[in-house]
Design a protein around this ligand. Sequence first.
Ligand code: CP
Length: 301
Amino acid sequence: MDHFLDIEQLSVEQLEQCIQRALHFKRQKNYPTYADSNLAMLFYENSTRTRISFEMAAQHLSMPVIRLDPQSSSEQKGEHIQDTLSSLSAMGIQYFVIRHQENRLVHQLAAQSDPVTHLINAGDGSHAHPSQALLDMVTIVEEKPQLPRLKIAIVGNLRHSRVANSLQVMFKKMGVGELALIAPPIWQPETLHFGRYYQSMKEGIEDADVIVCLRIQKERLLENEGVDIESYQRDYMLTEQRISLAKPDLMIMHPGPVNRGIEIQSELVEHPRSFIRQQITNGVYARMAILESLIKEKRSL
Ligand code: CP
């Protein structure tokens, strides 16, 4: 693979390889050195987990990291992002991690880029967040490797969630047994890649092995779509009472950032069945696996 843009582009073998490599990195703290490869970070949207974990992943692999601050870049003077990439490539930068608010912009950039430029999608609009789906899969495989036996539920704004889109494709490819997609009708997914839609939280999370709770983008969406926070909390917030409907060894997951007391009861974030912290830890190893697979692919050409 020349670029890491979405889960669709990856074969099951490539996904399995990345998952196992991430788990290997986690077990063995002895990392290979790729000091002749470098990485630029282009974040046009805010981020804590994705940005820092890609930087840490690159540091573990001895890759120099360059940060572009979009607010102080020449894009503020009208330069197109394509020309920014081209300029950085001319300076010798090979790998680019890009987060952008525009759906599929990173795909367009990849299609127009020169052969020595390799792009990694760190979240594009509401379209895809493939590195998040990979780190979530690493966390699930680490705890519950029997994927065909699992029932996984995803709860939240499925219509606008890049995480939910990438997870649907990931779960389908990896042979997860059952996927319940839970949301108020206005937020049901536009396209179903895999799984069944539930309006009822109770029906959707019954006997679930894993519940992925999505962040409610209250700053952008609630008012525009006529969904009020109180009714969302009443009908969909993950609570201690609700998780009793799922399996006793349930995994509670959330990609972050968390709105405590809105999509998830605050106490559940540190609950013994919460894997939210483990997801963040695994993000570093999953992103090391992504960077290494791109570097190895390039070297094999
Ligand atoms: N999950 C996730 O993408 O978090 P950040 O926005 O903090 O990177």
